[in-house]
Design a protein around this ligand. Structure first.
Ligand code: TLP
Length: 360
């Protein structure tokens, strides 16, 4: 582990907080950068710190331009809104954030409909299924406009999607004249896990968004990247969505620190995720699914022998200082991040083991 930027004991009211990487606080370096940030009115393009964050993001993702938005959800919605016309269809994963967790924004805000495709266990959308979903030209049909993938794929286990797979989706999109967007909320986790650059993972796509507010520890926001023309459209979409901010350099400053210094250390979170998975796998009553942990997420289930639901167990764990999110009646997700140290991982495993022993 990188000693300086490894992981730190949680500061959150004494809890070991495994609910998400969205719970991360800014680091001391970020707080200093925020206090000292140069700012201006970003709607006039006058905020030097926002401009710096957008320029760094565009360069790191290998795109011409970028726009800073308040959330990952807004980044996905602004991207979709920039591409589609009323009644168009969007090919998207059935377990993706864009399909499951954005309140149907594709329909509600973009006037498009989703064509959900069931993911493979590794988080990829089968290429044949994507191709089969593309509508033939017929006046009865909507027009297929856009294909979206999620990298890492959260609900499938934080799975990183390879550059070769992304290339294949890009080739399919080009062949059929579709636009291609990546929800790369955790693209840097994927890049670190696969040992490739984020730009390589983004290259075949017209646009990609990533979050600075998750494993990278900045407090607010996401960055949407693409070519200049697309970003002009996305800025318009951000405006109508109410996401244009003024002296946003205060929060963008943390993003600049994140991009400069918080990426390589994500490997520590992946190592801690494997440590947690190994610890949990040794406890009677816990089944890790999928068994291979690739990035910073660990999904697991209670064996049928355990006489409690995930919600009931989560309450007991909370009473003992461990916060973990139930994601189904018997299923949990634990997410590792900067504010969980290896010692806290071991402590969390102990608390799980004890709580399940008491229940037996
Ligand atoms: N994910 C959150 C929850 O909303 C589920 C989490 O705790 O994982 N894309 C992906 C792949 C995401 O996981 C998320 C957030 C978003 C987009 C949205 O980002 P925000 O929360 O900034 O709107």
């Amino acid at each position: 582990m990188n000693a300086n930027l490894s992981t730190h004991d949680s500061e959150y009211k004494g809890f070991i907080d495994l609910r998400s990487d969205t719970v991360t606080h800014p680091t001391p370096e970020m707080r200093r950068a925020m206090a000292e940030a140069e700012v201006g009115d970003d709607v006039y393009g006058d905020d030097p710190t926002v401009n710096k964050l957008e320029a760094m993001a565009a360069e790191m993702l290998g795109k011409e331009a970028a726009v800073y938005v308040p959330s990952g959800t807004m980044a996905n919605v602004a991207a979709t809104m920039s591409y589609v016309r009323r009644g168009d269809e969007v090919i998207v994963g059935s377990r993706s954030h864009m399909y499951l967790n954005e309140q149907g924004a594709m329909a509600a805000l973009c006037q498009a409909q989703a064509m959900p495709i069931v993911e493979n266990p590794d988080g990829t959308l089968p290429l044949e299924a994507i191709e089969a979903a593309i509508r033939e030209s017929d006046e009865h049909h909507p027009i297929t406009r856009l294909v979206c993938i999620e990298n890492t794929q959260n609900v499938c286990g934080g799975q990183p999607l390879s550059a070769a797979y992304t290339e294949a989706v890009g080739a399919l999109a080009r062949k059929h004249g579709l636009r291609f967007h990546i929800d790369g909320a955790r693209i840097f986790n994927a890049a670190v896990a696969l040992n490739v650059s984020a730009a390589e993972l983004a290259r075949p796509a017209d646009s990609i968004m990533f979050c600075i507010s998750k494993g990278l520890c900045a407090p607010v926001g996401s960055v949407l990247c693409g070519d200049r023309e697309f970003i002009t459209q996305a800025r318009r979409a951000r405006k109508i969505l109410g996401g244009s901010m003024r002296q946003a350099g205060i929060i963008a400053a943390a993003g600049v620190v994140a991009l400069a210094s918080m990426i390589e250390r994500l490997e520590n979170d992946h190592e801690n995720a494997r440590r947690l998975a190994q610890g949990l796998a040794n406890i009677d009553g816990i089944v890790i699914t999928p068994p291979n942990v690739r990035t910073n997420m660990v999904y697991f289930e209670l064996a049928p022998s355990v006489p409690y639901t995930a919600g009931e167990l989560a309450e007991k764990l909370k009473g003992r200082g461990v916060l973990v999110g139930p994601v189904g009646p018997r299923r949990f997700r634990a997410v590792l991040h900067y504010w969980v140290s290896p010692a806290q991982v071991d402590r969390a495993v102990e608390v799980f083991a004890d709580s399940l022993r008491q229940q037996a």
